[in-house]
Design a protein around this ligand. Structure first.
Ligand code: ZN
Length: 326
């Protein structure tokens, strides 16, 4: 059979709590066009899917037509690649288990795959970014939470139910801070945004050293980073403490998995070396001796928004069957 209808494009979608971005991407990873809308405008998931389809159809129309689109990939918080569902996402408006991939597939008549943000970030970094050419690396996403994706021998590891990589909820202190997940001492209670601010607040209470952090009403990791640049000693000490605990968590992870590198992405990773230098020092101190000096800690080389839609496009190319989910 001669197949004349070459599908040369896919749609990559990045959904986060605030907004949703759709992009038409060609086989070389060029973003041909994109559009965004506000995620939280849609209280009901059915309305969200209808709006999303409309945006995709219009975008396809403007960039080569519906016929040229092969498939769709979605990056979404708590997305499970194995089931095509969003599963109990704490920060999205739609509760419980939502079969988003199947819903969008039925609406569009195209194959749809979805996965969680860290998984898609890893695909994006592997195809176009800091992890290019690496077969064994761990993507660490640092933002309001801490997620990860383990890429093992070139393939992302999902685990038997699709939940692998929850490094943010590994325990670094059994008597430590209370986590949103209900447990105590989870790594992300120290290394994600809220935990970093909490460490800064604790430091200010412990010492009488002057610091510009004391004058800020709503501290954020970005403000603390800015004050580090200005030489603020307590701000620098905040990231030193955060980095120390991060290094312990990464060392445990590396001792088990022996990766070539950790690749850092997400808003909090913009602290750069203020965070990575102390993390690296602590990492070398705690990792099993055979891995000492062998694991790289590197920052993502692509802008978050671009990487996430490109990663979603890689996911789209990997969809093989139209009816992946019931
Ligand atoms: Zn937790």
């Amino acid at each position: 059979m001669i197949h004349n209808e070459l599908k040369t494009r896919v749609v990559g979608i990045n959904v986060n709590v605030h907004d949703t971005t759709c992009a038409v991407v060609d086989i070389r990873g060029n973003i041909l066009g994109q559009c965004s809308f506000v995620t939280s405008d849609y209280e009901f998931v059915g309305d969200f899917v209808a709006a999303l389809s409309e945006h995709i159809m219009q975008l396809a129309e403007e960039h080569g037509g519906y016929e040229s689109i092969r498939s769709v990939g979605i990056s979404i918080p708590s997305g499970n690649f194995k089931t095509g569902c969003i599963e109990n996402a704490p920060n999205l408006p739609w509760k419980g288990v939502v079969p988003l991939a199947a819903m969008l597939r039925d609406q569009l008549g195209l194959a749809v795959a979805l996965a969680n943000n860290a998984y898609v970030m890893a695909l994006g970094e592997q195809a176009f970014g800091a992890a290019h050419g690496m077969r064994d690396f761990i993507l660490i996403s640092l933002g309001s939470g801490m997620g990860s994706c383990i890429c093992c021998n070139g393939v992302s590891h999902l685990g038997s139910n699709g939940f692998a990589g929850e490094i943010g909820h590994t325990c670094v202190n059994p008597n430590g801070r209370e986590c949103g997940c209900g447990k105590h001492g989870c790594l992300e209670t120290y290394t994600a945004a809220r935990g970093i601010v909490q460490t800064a607040v604790e430091l200010m209470a412990e010492s009488s050293e002057p610091s510009k952090m004391r004058e800020v009403e709503q501290l954020t990791p970005a403000i603390i980073t800015e004050l580090c640049e200005q030489g603020d000693a307590l701000a620098i000490e905040t990231y030193r403490r955060v980095g120390y605990i991060l290094g312990v968590g990464l060392a445990n992870y590396a001792s088990v998995l022996n990766p070539e590198a950790f690749v850092f992405a997400g808003q909090v990773s913009k602290a750069g070396n203020w965070l990575l230098e102390p993390a690296c020092k602590s990492f070398e101190k705690h990792v099993f001796h055979n891995a000492e000096g062998k694991v790289k800690l590197v920052l993502s080389t692509i802008d978050d928004d671009v990487r996430n839609v490109l990663g979603a496009s890689v996911l789209a190319w990997e969809v093989k069957e139209y009816s992946l989910f019931k």
